[in-house]
Ligand binder design. Structure first.
Ligand SMILES: NC(=O)c1ccc[n+]([C@@H]2O[C@H](COP(=O)([O-])OP(=O)(O)OC[C@H]3O[C@@H](n4cnc5c(N)ncnc54)[C@H](O)[C@@H]3O)[C@@H](O)[C@H]2O)c1
Length: 325
């Protein structure tokens, strides 16, 4: 408990709900084997249950001023309730607005991060809020806090910012998560497999549907996410035509589930036709939490050891890292 990672979050949405409820779940099951859903029960000596959320920021009036335990079920959040309650005592503070970045808000975030002795700030804002994402990262740098950026907006890919985090011996990990078992990962692995077996892909597409707020937001402002997904998929050789629709629409009925339709048409021996149709149906925010847990522990460990900047170990967990794959 005394050595728990002291986590702060900017954006108390579905990702954070899935992360914190999951950590609470593992607090009760940590000794059990196999530990289902966890890649590394311990990473750099830090257990999956050894993270405490000590600070939180949001701008949604239904969340600000509430305890985290309440806030994770407010607003548009629709990740299901999987534990009775979470142990985190933090109260959600007002953060940095998207439409107008005010210095007083930034100063408040810096002071609160210092007061709570936060080690890592998880930026889990809706995608397409670049000014707010960068301002949270600047605030973390001023407060001596490492950063993990979940959104597809460029934070780690801003060279000057990355250089300053490196100089301050603070990790800066992102951008955008490659979910634990998500559509980009599965799609790329399938394309890789066809390529390795000598097939040629004439055309492939991926359409994603979901019923959470992230999908509603990506339907209207999906450009950064599209670029991020293309970054993952366009590295596979031998693909003649590739189309990706990050959010084919917001389907409330699906709740926090995500359904991805992946189609691949190619040619094998002597030009013979091969068609793959795949439907992937997952709990969207758990899929994010399953990698956030590792990124947060990498960032905390790096900060404790004084190893700043981007860490290459994080590359498989990200869609848009600053270095090329
Ligand atoms: N599988 C996944 O869910 C997944 C995978 C990869 C990346 N991501 C990305 O992670 C991010 C978060 O996803 P989510 O599903 O939790 O989103 P969400 O919409 O459920 O939550 C976002 C939260 O941020 C808050 N917010 C908005 N502006 C803010 C500001 N300026 N300051 C503080 N809080 C603010 C909102 O009120 C909301 O509580 C998104 O950018 C998403 O694209 C998600």
């Amino acid at each position: 408990m005394g050595n728990d990672v002291r986590l702060a979050v900017a954006g108390v949405g579905n990702n954070v709900s899935a992360l914190l409820q999951g950590i609470e779940h593992y607090r009760h099951t940590f000794g059990e084997l196999p530990l289902v859903g966890v890649t590394h029960p311990r990473l750099s000596g830090i257990g999956v249950d050894e993270i405490q959320c000590v600070a939180a920021f949001d701008i949604d009036p239904t969340k600000v001023g509430r305890s985290l335990a309440e806030a994770i079920h407010q607003g548009f959040n629709n990740f299901p309730r999987i534990v009775d309650a979470i142990g985190e005592p933090a109260v959600v503070e007002h953060g940095i607005r998207d439409d107008e970045v005010r210095q007083t808000d930034v100063d408040h975030v810096v002071q609160h991060l210092r007061r709570t002795r936060s080690e890592v700030l998880l930026i889990s804002l809706p995608t397409s809020r670049p000014a707010a994402a960068l301002s949270y990262a600047e605030a973390a740098l001023s407060a001596g806090v490492a950063v993990v950026n979940c959104s597809a907006d460029p934070v780690v890919r801003v060279p000057d910012l990355l250089r300053r985090f490196s100089s301050a011996s603070l990790p800066l990990l992102g951008d955008d998560l490659a979910s634990q078992f998500g559509s980009s990962l599965v799609h790329r692995e399938l394309l890789d497999l066809l390529s390795r077996r000598g097939l040629r892909v004439d055309g492939t597409y991926q359409v994603n549907l979901g019923g959470n707020e992230d999908f509603r937001n990506l339907r209207d402002s999906g450009e950064p996410k599209l670029a991020s997904k293309l970054n993952v998929l366009s590295s596979v050789p031998g693909v003649a035509s590739l189309s990706v629709i990050p959010s084919g629409g917001h389907v409330p009925f699906l709740g926090d589930r995500k359904v991805a339709h992946i189609s691949i048409e190619g040619r094998g021996w002597a030009g013979s036709r091969v068609v793959v149709e795949l439907r992937l149906d997952v709990q969207d925010s758990s899929n994010a939490a399953g990698v956030i847990i590792d990124l947060v522990r990498m960032a905390a460990d790096g900060r404790r050891r004084g190893v700043g900047g981007f860490h290459e170990d994080a590359i498989p967990l990200l869609k848009s890292p600053p270095t090329r794959r």
